[in-house]
Design a protein around this ligand. Structure first.
Ligand code: 13P
Ligand code: SF4
Length: 320
């Protein structure tokens, strides 16, 4: 029998009581190995509920930090500690804090794609799965600061008819989709349903029939009887889409430069089976969040979880 790395990891994770959570943008082989696969909201929920002593998060570091914040007694591993996110990079703590301090009366609504430190100075966290419900729950008279993703923020602001002051971050992967070329593609394939993640620019979203989180886009491909989809998000999700619907044609939305694979997320794709095996063997790299930051970030993440479940929350009067 040949060398089966996935099988070796399965045995190792059983022996060490490790649960693997994976995001839809990971390689198919990693998704197939995981105990649970989902979007960033699902991964935070699962991570909080997890009973195993060790959780390996195959995704990016902010996702693993959210698990550590919500379930602090667990050992939280990542395959590669350099798996960052351009949204985290575009919202450094000092600058974000300055913005927050200039607007003490506002409610800071922060995308989960942010550092633990930025979460700690936010009032509530959102993901693209639950943002609409959460923003609806914020009293109309309160000013909203939204960050770090301006495109998700602009999409929500327009859809909910809710003005928000926006941070100017963006996802380096989703902003590469090109509206002009997408338009040409829709002309070539008039029968295709266009589905897009809200991190795309407005000019791209204009062509989308369905806009939503990774889980929402997967749901659309699973349930819509159409036979062709143009997909404006990271290619990792194609794995579950193909599993759910082997009968459909999936076409990735185009980027400006025809030859490039630059709408693969370079951070998500840092993770490999080899690195997962090493992380479980050595229990490294681990994600750590200082207790002071963790407690504050937990408040904003817990507000997200409560509001998403339909419960009510108290809003702070002022940022202090
Ligand atoms: P989802 O919450 O839709 O999974 O998105 C996470 C992400 O990083 C998209 O780029
Ligand atoms: Fe961050 Fe974009 Fe990668 Fe998602 S796809 S993890 S937003 S860089």
């Amino acid at each position: 029998m040949g060398y089966d790395l996935a099988q070796e990891i399965r045995e190792l994770k059983k022996k060490k009581n490790v649960t693997i959570l994976a995001h839809y943008y990971e390689d198919g082989a990693i998704q197939d190995l995981a105990d649970h696969v989902g979007d960033s909201y699902f991964l935070a929920q699962k991570g909080q509920q997890e009973k195993a002593d060790i959780i390996l998060l195959a995704g990016v570091v902010f996702m693993a930090e959210s698990v550590k914040i919500l379930n602090p007694t667990k050992t939280v591993l990542v395959p590669d500690i350099n798996a960052g996110c351009s949204l985290v990079d575009s919202s450094p703590f000092d600058k974000y804090y300055e913005w927050r301090r200039k607007n003490p009366e506002a409610i800071a609504v922060t995308y989960i794609n942010s550092s633990a430190e930025v979460k700690a100075i936010s009032d509530v966290i959102i993901t693209s799965s639950n943002a609409e419900k959460i923003i609806h729950a914020i009293p109309r008279e309160r000013k909203i600061l939204f960050g770090p993703d301006q495109h998700l923020g602009n999409y929500l602001s327009k859809k909910l008819n809710r003005p928000m002051e926006m941070w100017n971050g963006s996802c380096q992967v989703h902003i590469l989709f090109n509206a002009r070329r997408l338009h040409e593609l829709t002309m070539e394939h008039p029968d295709a349903v266009v589905i897009a993640h809200p991190e795309c620019e407005d000019a791209v979203l204009k062509y989308a029939h369905v806009i939503g989180s990774t889980s929402r886009l997967l749901e659309e491909v699973t349930k819509n009887p159409a036979k062709k989809f143009i997909v404006a998000t990271e290619t990792g999700i194609f794995h579950q889409m193909k599993k759910a619907r082997s009968d459909v044609q999936l076409i990735q939305a185009p980027v400006e430069d025809k030859g490039c694979l630059c709408n693969d997320c370079p951070f998500m794709k840092l993770n490999t089976l080899e690195k997962i095996k090493t992380a479980i063997e050595t229990l490294k790299p681990q994600v750590h969040v200082s207790e002071d930051i963790r407690k504050k970030a937990e408040v904003s993440l817990e507000r997200m979880l409560k509001l998403a479940r339909g419960e009510s929350v108290q809003w702070p009067e002022k940022f202090i």
